[in-house]
Design a protein around this ligand. Structure first.
Ligand SMILES: Cc1cc2nc3c(=O)[nH]c(=O)nc-3n(C[C@H](O)[C@H](O)[C@H](O)COP(=O)(O)O)c2cc1C
Length: 263
């Protein structure tokens, strides 16, 4: 089968999933497939339509070995028609657990056929002493190889069904994950009320009319608002507990984990 175009949709809090997705789309373009990467992270952002000759890409970060809930909600608006799909997961040097299976179950229910998957190590957005500098040159080279291999696989398959992945790693029921005990918060003295954070939030946790307040129940600690705030007014709660947990994770997750792909 031929895929003339590639449409990649990605969910990113701290930006590494964007970096990984854009590396993939650049490499797939080099293989002769016109590609675009679309950020669907902010709540309510439009999802693109997938054409008949599209190769779809769904890219997410792994949170607690699961797909971030707002990403699942966004992907549920995507419609494929036996459209081949690449699954990409970024993770912070621990493990992805059931992320691929949850992602595959969701996109399959919406007309997509997983044909390839890639897990790429990235700087841990929360435990910030883990996996610094990832994705590094080796990870980026693995993405390039993965994109070329995906294009080759599709070129030699008659249909997406012929290229379908036999097994998706993961277990049902999916791993239990109820978030981390840290949340984004604003310093009301620094907040200018510009509303950038509210527009970027994937979880609807920040009201545009009062961006200095954060709904702690809704916040998923993705870091997006903290990075986006032009006034530097946003940070994480947690204090000493966060410092201690970062140190513990840095020790536990120090051994290097490699990115990997399945085709
Ligand atoms: C709430 C939360 C949970 C996370 N859980 C995991 C995990 O279970 N395993 C892992 O390896 N990394 C985990 N990470 C790290 C992210 O998967 C990693 O930093 C990823 O690159 C973030 O992508 P982004 O930069 O696109 O937001 C977690 C990060 C956050 C914020």
């Amino acid at each position: 089968m031929t895929s003339a175009t590639c449409t990649a949709v990605y969910f990113t809090g701290a930006g590494t999933t964007r970096t990984i997705t854009e590396r993939f789309t650049a490499a797939i373009e080099a293989a002769g497939i016109t590609a675009r990467a679309v950020d669907i992270t902010p709540a309510g952002s439009d999802v693109p339509a997938f054409g008949p000759d599209d190769l779809a890409v769904f890219a997410v970060s792994s949170y607690g070995g699961r797909v971030p809930a707002p990403a699942l909600a966004q992907f549920a608006h995507c419609e494929g028609h036996d459209t081949p799909a690449v699954l990409i997961v970024s993770f912070g040097n621990r493990a992805v657990d059931d992320t691929f299976l949850e992602l595959a179950d969701t996109v399959r229910a919406h007309g997509f056929i997983p044909v390839a998957l890639g897990a790429f190590v990235a700087h841990h957005s929360l435990m910030i002493d883990v996996a610094q500098g990832r994705p590094d040159e080796d990870d980026l080279a693995a993405i390039d190889t993965f994109a070329r291999a995906t294009a080759d696989k599709l070129a030699t398959a008659a249909t997406a069904r012929d290229a379908e992945l036999a097994d998706i790693p993961g277990n049902r029921p999916y791993r239990d994950f109820h978030g981390v005990p840290f949340r984004a918060q604003a310093d009301a003295d620094l907040c200018t009320g510009c509303g950038t954070c509210a527009r970027q939030c994937p979880a609807g946790a920040i009201a545009p009319e009062n961006p200095a307040a954060t709904d702690a129940d809704a916040c998923i600690t993705c870091m997006r608002c903290i990075i986006a705030c032009p006034a530097g007014a946003r940070s994480l709660t947690g204090g000493d507990a966060l410092v201690a947990q970062r140190a513990a994770f840095a020790e536990r997750l120090a051994p290097r984990v490699e990115s990997y792909t399945v085709l």
